[in-house]
Write a protein that binds this ligand. Sequence first.
Ligand SMILES: Nc1ncnc2c1ncn2[C@@H]1O[C@H](COP(=O)(O)OP(=O)(O)OP(=O)(O)O)[C@@H](O)[C@H]1O
Length: 349
Amino acid sequence: MLLEVKNIEKSFEKGNPVVNDVSFSVGENEIFALLGPSGCGKTTTLRMISGFERSDKGSIALEGKEISSNSVHVSPQKRGIGFVFQDYALFPHMSALDNVAFGLTSLPKFKRKVFAEEVLCRTGMGDYKHRSPAELSGGQQQRVALARAIAPEPKLVLLDEPFSNLDAMLRESTRKEVRSIIKKAGMSAILVTHDQEEALSFADRIAVMNDGKIEQIGTPEEVYYKPKTKFVAQFLGRTNLFEGDVDDTDCIDTNLGCLQLNCRAKGRVTCSIRPEHLTIERPNGSNTSLNRCKRGIVISREFKGHDITYHVECGGERYIVHTDNRVVFETNEEVMVKPLEPAVVLTGA
Ligand SMILES: Nc1ncnc2c1ncn2[C@@H]1O[C@H](COP(=O)(O)OP(=O)(O)OP(=O)(O)O)[C@@H](O)[C@H]1O
């Protein structure tokens, strides 16, 4: 493993820990994301890894060497880690090119600007190389800061909301370009974001944080399709939650009928089904008697072009169903909601 973070903790003043017993590791050439709502402790975790903040407890090791513990604190400059701060932190008196060339101390002087320009071009900022930060927009400064962090090709680069100031189109293309630069150079990265779509599309693995703690670590597919807690299920997009007693066929009885579970469980469980794992049908003789499901009413629908989201009331509860645009129902229509996949049991709920 390139980075090992073990049981780190941080409190400010006398308050509760804002980072509470956080552990994870990042592999070689891996892109890892810390995802969670504002104030959950993501930036503080990143600052402890960079060395700008000292942890109260726990340890951090980079390439097997301890850089932070009770007795060790390697200064940020000596950690060999690149970072992009939320506020860019560019040198105001230097051009974009000089900002990027500044850190390239391992290259001979005559090569620094050539290489800096190459990286600036890859983040789409080649045409702005002579401008000072004051002459650039927020989004452009953000891309220069990205270029500056990745140009020296550090083993690990820390990215704190690095795409937040870019508009939707630019965000997607910059994200792809930065991901490819990191992967091609063999670097690893930790991205901090509260944007679930960004974490899902950019990272190889994601740690979902809530209130100072990590609730789940997994690949994008794992955290999205197999959330362990209610928080993870709800933070990673819309979902339908159910509670019920497991019968001896691994099902629970719900308003939608008998729901099959994704794993063996006992007693009372909470489980989740993503809206795209439900579909709706017109009631007919066969599906109404099937599985004791109740009829529902379409309360509203959101047409989004390539797909449609329906809100259906069924047995006094509301459910969200996401279908492709060929499944067309009107508001107030009577429907049956049918699961397409088993419900995921929230084992950490
Ligand atoms: N220097 C500080 N002094 C006191 N409290 C702080 C300090 N830095 C952060 N905090 C508090 O610690 C908590 C976690 O902050 P942090 O910036 O790590 O969260 P975050 O998840 O990165 O949020 P955001 O996405 O809004 O940046 C917040 O409640 C914040 O107010």
